[in-house]
Design a protein around this ligand. Structure first.
Ligand code: ADP
Length: 164
């Protein structure tokens, strides 16, 4: 059975992420989307909320499991019997960070392979950060995040309009 792990913050999940999940899930038997609990980041949605949102937004993909982890990615992947790590690549901006990360993982565990998938052009400008900004200032996030989560994201982030 071919198992891949797609790790990330997903704070919140965007249509760019969903596109990667859909394409990656076609190449493996099981795709584990894993929310990384990063103590260095200050997320707007808790790990539990992010897992919930991912579950809701990936219901149409039968071979996906949503999970969360903390600690080292290579150890988590091993525990899940996965030798493949999937990451999305947007622009040149992502490249350096992702390249460094992939090399580091390779050094720690040579049996793990990081596979990059290019973002689709219509989603390549979407980031969780830009969604948070847009929602915060009352901009439309329609078509940028899964429709089933739009309301929830606006409810949570959209309250700060015009507070100087
Ligand atoms: P992290 O904090 O680990 O970078 P993110 O949730 O920001 O987590 O991203 C998870 C993965 O999804 C990363 O590989 C990132 O490059 C990729 N990604 C983010 N936004 C998009 C997008 N719009 N299209 C394709 N891939 C994306």
């Amino acid at each position: 059975m071919r198992i891949a792990v797609c790790p990330g913050s997903f704070d919140p999940v965007t249509n760019g992420h969903i596109d990667i999940f859909e394409r990656a899930s076609n190449m493996v038997d099981l795709l584990i989307v894993a929310v990384f609990h990063n103590p260095n980041k200050n997320p707007r949605f808790s790990v539990t909320e992010r897992v919930e949102m991912l579950q809701e937004a990936t219901q149409h993909i039968p071979n996906i499991k949503v999970d969360c982890f903390s600690g080292l990615l290579n150890e988590y992947a091993k525990k899940q019997n996965s030798a493949i790590i999937i990451r999305g690549l947007r622009a040149i901006l992502d490249f350096e960070y992702e390249f460094q990360r992939a090399l580091l993982i390779k050094k720690i565990d040579p049996s793990l392979e990081t596979v990059f998938m290019m973002a689709r052009s219509e989603y390549s400008f979407i980031s969780s950060t830009s969604i948070k900004e847009l929602a915060k200032f009352g901009g439309s996030i329609k078509d940028l995040v899964p429709a089933c989560l739009e309301e929830r994201i606006i409810q949570r982030l959209g309250s700060q309009t015009r507070s100087y």
